[in-house]
Design a protein around this ligand. Structure first.
Ligand SMILES: Cc1ncc(COP(=O)(O)O)c(C=O)c1O
Length: 366
C-alpha cells in the first residue's frame, strides 16, 4: 500500500458526520482553580489507595470479566440482585452499551440542554436523536417526552448543566406514559437528588445509571454502573467488552462503596459549600437555578445589572485569564447567558468570588 492511502472514502457514513464529544479542559499544571468538569475537589477514601496497592502485583492477570464482587456490593446497596446490575468503564461506557443495544439505526431522545455525550453515542451507533427542549422553568416536559417514538430516552437527573432535580412522582408518571425505555442518568444524584433506583422492581422499562466519578471522587478510575430489570441487564452484558473494567478499577470502586461514612461526609461537605455559594450568588442578585448537584448554573450580571451571552463570556474569559476555569455553553439560547460552576473546596470558591470582584472592578474602569 502506498503512502498516499486515503482512509476518507472508507469511513462509515454516520461516523463521518459525528462531532466528537468535547470534554472540559484538563490543564496539566497545578496552579488552576478547576471548577469546570464537576470533579470532586476532595480525595477518594484512603481505603481505595490501599486496595489498589494490593492489586499492583497482579497486573499480569486479566481482571474478573464480570466485575462480580462490585456488582454484588452495588446490588446490596440498592437492595437488588446481582442480575440487575452491570458495571461500565465509567458511566459513559454504560450509555454507549445502552445505545448500541437498543438504538442502533433507530431513534433515541434527550432533553435540551442535557449531557452532550448523548448525541455522540447515538451518532456512533448510526441512530437519530430527538430533541425535547426545556423551557426556562426547567420543569420536566413529561407529555412531550412520552410522545416521542424513541426506543430510549435519556433523562439527566439532576439535569446538567442546570443542576435542577426532578421528583420521583414526575419520573413515575413518565415511566407509565412512555413506550420505550427511560434511562435516568444519575451522575450527580448523591448531592441532594432523589434516585429512581427504588422504582427498578416496579418498572421494567427503567435503567438507572450512576457513577463513581463524582460522589466517590474517582473520575480518574473510570467506573460507572447501571441498575435495571435482569432482562435489560442481560442484553447489555451481550454488548459489553469482555474485560471492560480493569483490575485496579474494580477493587478501587469496591473499597469506595464499602466506605459508607467517608462517602456520606464527602457529599455533605459539597452540599454545605454549595449552599454557601448559592447564598453568595443570591447576594449578588444573580439568577441561579436551584441545584441538587455538585455545580451551579448561574447568570452573571455586570456592574450595570446587565445579563446576556456577552456578559457571561466576558466573565468566563476574565476568570480564565486568572487561572480560574468554569464552563461556558454557548450553543443554546437557554444556556448562553449562564456559566456552570463546579463546587470546589471553600478556598477554591473564595478564589472564584475574588475573581468576580476583580472582574467587576475592571469593568468599572472600562
Ligand atoms: C450527566 C453525566 N452523565 C455521565 C457522565 C460521565 O460520567 P463517567 O465519568 O462515569 O463516565 C457525566 C460526566 O461528567 C455527566 O455529566
Amino acid at each position: 500500500m502506498s503512502n498516499d492511502f486515503d482512509p476518507e472514502p472508507l469511513i462509515v457514513s454516520w461516523v463521518d458526520k459525528i462531532s466528537p464529544y468535547i470534554p472540559g479542559e484538563q490543564p496539566q499544571t497545578k496552579d488552576w482553580v478547576k471548577l469546570n468538569t464537576n470533579e470532586n475537589p476532595y480525595p477518594s477514601s484512603p481505603k481505595v489507595k490501599k486496595a489498589i496497592q494490593e492489586q499492583l502485583g497482579k497486573l499480569r492477570l486479566y481482571p474478573e470479566p464480570q466485575s462480580k464482587s462490585l456488582r454484588q456490593a452495588i446490588a446490596e446497596k440498592f437492595h437488588l440482585s446481582t442480575s440487575e446490575v452491570i458495571i461500565g468503564n465509567g458511566s459513559d461506557n454504560i450509555l454507549d452499551m445502552i445505545t448500541r443495544s437498543f438504538v442502533g439505526l433507530g431513534q433515541a431522545g434527550h432533553t435540551v440542554p442535557s449531557y452532550s455525550l448523548y448525541p455522540v453515542v447515538v451518532g456512533l451507533s448510526g441512530g437519530d436523536l430527538i430533541n425535547i427542549p426545556f423551557d426556562k422553568s426547567m420543569d420536566l416536559p413529561i407529555e412531550a417526552i412520552a410522545k416521542t417514538p424513541a426506543s430510549i430516552f435519556f433523562l439527566t437527573n439532576p439535569n446538567a448543566p442546570t443542576g435542577v432535580g426532578f421528583s420521583i412522582e414526575h419520573i413515575e408518571e413518565l415511566l407509565k406514559k412512555m413506550q420505550g425505555i427511560l434511562v435516568v442518568d444519575e451522575a450527580y444524584i448523591d448531592f441532594g437528588g432523589i434516585s429512581s433506583a427504588a422504582l427498578i422492581p416496579k418498572y421494567k422499562n427503567l435503567i438507572v445509571v450512576q457513577t463513581f466519578s463524582k460522589a466517590y471522587s474517582l473520575a480518574g478510575l473510570r467506573v460507572g454502573y447501571a441498575l435495571s430489570h435482569s432482562s435489560i441487564i442481560k442484553v447489555l452484558d451481550r454488548v459489553r467488552d469482555a474485560y471492560n473494567v480493569d483490575r485496579l478499577a474494580q477493587v478501587g470502586a469496591l473499597a469506595a462503596i464499602k466506605d459508607i461514612s467517608y462517602w456520606e461526609k464527602n457529599c455533605q461537605r459539597i452540599i454545605e459549600t454549595r449552599l454557601k455559594v448559592e447564598a453568595k450568588l443570591e447576594g449578588l442578585d444573580w439568577f441561579t437555578y436551584k441545584s441538587v448537584s455538585n455545580f451551579l448554573f448561574t447568570q452573571p450580571k455586570n456592574n450595570k445589572g446587565v445579563t446576556g451571552s456577552r456578559v457571561a463570556k466576558s466573565l468566563y474569559e476574565f476568570l480564565k485569564s486568572k487561572r480560574i476555569l468554569v464552563r461556558y455553553f454557548d450553543a443554546y439560547a437557554l444556556t448562553c447567558s449562564f456559566l456552570r460552576v463546579s463546587i470546589g473546596t471553600d478556598n477554591q470558591m473564595k478564589n472564584f468570588f475574588e475573581g468576580i470582584e476583580l472582574w467587576h472592578n475592571q469593568e468599572q474602569q472600562n
